[in-house]
Design a protein around this ligand. Structure first.
Ligand SMILES: Cc1ncc(C[n+]2csc(CCOP(=O)(O)OP(=O)(O)O)c2C)c(N)n1
Length: 351
């Protein structure tokens, strides 16, 4: 895969058509998620696995119009952001396995790994805390008159956090180039949407901040990408922030240890039948692509990318204990922890 420092890399040279490129990304993300779930059952993944299977159209549609230099803050279920921003799948898999070749050199689980060389911010565990960071990145773009935008993904559960309100309010007041993307998959762990939110749409809140909110069918790739293109163009042109809420469904439990017995099986079945991949395949057929051939070609490519990533990660070394205190601080002037005086050696505070 070509590395373009943060734009979706062009794949499958013989198929430049945008709809085929997007099909590839959805298939890759789905297969990657499924492989990670299997690896988790084999006890090869470090930390929790929060599957975004079934939600691929959102990540794919939002990331497709992004450019190199844009800033994206994904959340725990948005693994596809890394792939679409051009992060090497092997390094991503190594991150998931806690290996030294991973994004945080084996010092953290997938959850907090980022890769700023591809404009992907590593989130913290506090839901919603990356939204003010995205607003900060957007403020920097505005001050420096850079044509980039910042994107922050968050769940409808995270939408109940104060950080989300503060980020949206600040972004609106300063007219910042930031896109807030709410992935509304119906559940925050076991809490259904209507048990924590009285409004029908999170997007309705945008009006209260002074910018536009859009509701979008999150399993319909063409709807997501069409809306994302328009909204991102307007943000890039100086139109200020926007909020897109994508309605979707969390197919699996909150994480792999959660059988999600609190859910109605009929509801799950209905949403599984709205799988975004066959929907796009239907469109591809209508556009007269030879679907059988295309699917086989893409499956071959995807399997090969994933197998190489798994092989790379499995062979990668474990982190070395003596390097545990490296990389704790950013920048050249940062002192390794060992050089920071222990509290007992600091001068006594004056009374
Ligand atoms: C401030 C905060 N509260 C609670 C948690 C525990 N927690 C982690 S994920 C999660 C559910 C999040 O739901 P949502 O934001 O809708 O995203 P989803 O998992 O559905 O993708 C919860 C409650 C947390 N990490 N941070």
């Amino acid at each position: 895969m070509a590395d373009q420092n943060g734009a979706p890399p062009v794949v499958l040279g013989s198929h430049p058509e945008p709809e085929v490129q997007l099909y590839y990304w959805m298939k890759l993300i789905r297969a990657f998620e499924e492989r990670v779930s299997r690896l988790h059952r084999q006890n090869k993944i470090l930390g929790g696995v929060y599957s975004g299977a079934g939600q691929e159209a959102i990540v794919t549609g939002i990331c497709a119009p992004l450019k190199p230099g844009d800033f994206v803050a994904p959340l725990h279920r948005d693994l596809g952001v890394f792939l679409m921003r051009g992060v090497d799948p092997g390094r991503l898999m190594a991150q998931l396995m806690g290996k030294e070749s991973g994004l945080s050199r084996g010092k953290d689980s997938f959850l907090h790994g980022g890769d700023m060389s591809h404009g992907v911010f590593g989130s913290t565990s506090m839901l919603g805390s990356s939204l003010p960071v995205a607003a900060g990145a957007a403020l920097k773009f505005k001050i420096k008159r850079e044509q980039h935008i910042a994107v922050a993904f968050f769940g409808e559960g995270a939408a109940s956090r104060g950080d989300v309100h503060e980020a949206m309010n600040f972004a609106a007041v300063r007219k910042l180039p930031v896109l807030f993307v709410c992935v509304n998959n119906g559940y925050a762990y076991s809490t259904p949407f209507d048990k924590q939110t009285a409004v029908e749409n999170i997007a309705d809140r945008a009006a209260a901040y002074g910018f536009r909110g859009h509701v979008c069918p999150g399993n319909d790739l063409l709807a997501v990408v069409g809306l994302a293109e328009r909204v991102i163009d307007s943000i890039r042109a100086g139109g200020g922030p926007s909020l897109i809420e994508c309605k979707t469904y969390r197919w699996r439990g909150h994480s792999e240890h959660d059988p999600a017995l609190y859910r109605d099986q009929r509801e799950l079945l209905e949403w599984e039948s709205r799988d975004p991949i066959p929907q796009l395949e239907f469109y591809l057929e209508k556009k007269r692509h030879e679907l059988g051939k295309l699917r086989a070609e893409i499956d071959r490519e995807v399997n090969q990318v994933i197998q190489s990533a798994v092989d790379f990660a499995e062979q990668a070394p474990a982190p070395k204990p003596e390097e545990a205190l490296e990389d704790l601080y950013a920048g050249e002037s940062a002192a390794p922890l060992a050089q920071i005086p222990a509290p007992s050696s600091l001068p006594a505070a004056s009374k």
